[in-house]
Design a binder for this molecule. Sequence first.
Ligand code: SF4
Length: 356
Amino acid sequence: MSLQNIYDLTYEELNNFIINNCSTDLKKSGMRTNQLWKFIYKKGLKDILHFSNIPDELKNNLKQQLSFKRIDIAEKKISNDGTIKWLLKLQDGNLVETVFIPSDKRGTLCISSQVGCTLNCKFCHTGTQLMVKNLSTAEIINQILVAKDELKDWGTQKIITNIVYMGMGEPFYNYNNVKKSIAILKNNQGLDYSAKKITVSTAGITPEIIKAAKEISTYLALSLHAPNDELREKIMPINKKYKIKDLIESCSYYAKINKEKIFLEYVLLKNINDSEHCSKQLIKLMSKFPSKLNLIEFNAWPGVGYEPSDQETVQKFYRSIKNSGHIVTLRKSRGEDILGACGQLKTESQRKPKSL
Ligand code: SF4
């Protein structure tokens, strides 16, 4: 029987675990949980024998009942621009990708929430891979731990300054595990990422956006990519279920509760969503709730039917939004040469046929 993974437990769950399963004295449990949490999430230790000041009995108890194992790196690629992509092999053999994007001011880790994706956005490489499974909390957290090991980012260092849930999958279709992983990330005894250092990106699952406003309360990014329903339905089938009107309502609510603007992600596709008409519709839409725009240059992948907009169109689109008074940034493509850029992630994992 495989052991439960320690990285599946929140701080409170670990505290309850050592009380209920390791006979830890109630009076000492808080202190012990604190110690354990610091060894795991501040120092990055993965061998319980190296946890000093923990009684041998508790160490043995934990060792018998919990696994501290990291997931394995199957492959690592480094881009010319310093972006690093790790292909990680989960314990069940499935593969998932995690990308580190360094820049002058920050180091951003882009993590996955699912193997594959159900949403089939037409411009996204992950969308061509059938949904295989939701990642467990431990598998989400392990992506950060493995990247921190690789970058030697333990102790007082923080090379990874920001975490974005923008890798493979729709985070809100794995809501509970994503929510738990964010609770672990935010805990200030350990990894200590504040809400403003974490961004969850959604294709627009409106019931979960409403729930997440109070339960997750990080920055929210909405993958918009089209300013009207007709076009959005063509490139993002999820829009058949949740219309732009619903997105405006749920995002307005999220922005109000969290007192922060929503990031709108908009990938520019040649002759699809890059016209002047689209930019005018987008400006109108942005006026309806507090938002700022990330324009993204499209990254092609093998077999895709779209092309990036030409530079003149990109600049024209960018200027029209900027001149309207809205906040807009033009995101440079990173890690394109290793298929590590936005929308390029995909692994070989396949959905297994159901056994009869
Ligand atoms: S863009 Fe996001 S939601 Fe859409 S298919 Fe790709 S991974 Fe899934």
